[in-house]
Design a protein around this ligand. Structure first.
Ligand code: ZN
Length: 137
């Protein structure tokens, strides 16, 4: 089963908590045991799993990424968004989450974040739910 979550980001750099949307896809699949594979089909965005309880955590991650990869260096890419491409590569564009008893098997403080590095834009996240036999997971 493949579904696509569509979102609209509001800032150049923004982390969007998509945990409830992803859990919704899992719910719709009726798959109780399996793997939820998340794939971001963009070159200037990413996906990560980190603390969702305190919003200052993802703010700090964005601050450090912006310091590590400044917007205004003498990059070769003429489009002016090389920093966004580099951050996409550093963060990555896919994640897998185990599904147990119909629930994403995340830790207490974990949330799934879509990472915008060149917004605002319309973005997509592909979600593939793979069923596992009950006894193997
Ligand atoms: Zn570019």
């Amino acid at each position: 089963m493949l579904k696509t979550i569509n979102i609209r980001t509001k800032a150049r750099t923004e982390f969007v908590d998509i945990t409830s949307e992803v859990q919704g896809v899992v719910n719709d699949s009726n798959i109780k045991n399996g793997i939820c594979y998340l794939y971001v089909p963009h070159t200037t965005a990413g996906i990560t799993i980190n603390e969702g309880a305190d919003p200052s955590v993802v703010k700090d991650i964005q601050t450090v990424l912006n310091k590590l990869v400044p917007h205004n260096l003498s990059y070769s890419h003429i489009e002016g968004n090389s920093d966004s491409h580099i951050k996409s590569t550093l963060v990555g564009i896919s994640k897998s989450v185990l599904i147990d008893n119909g629930r994403l098997l995340l830790g207490t403080w974990q949330a799934i974040f879509f990472c915008e590095f060149d917004g605002p834009r319309s973005r997509s996240i592909h979600v593939k739910i793979l069923k596992c036999p009950d006894k193997t997971l």
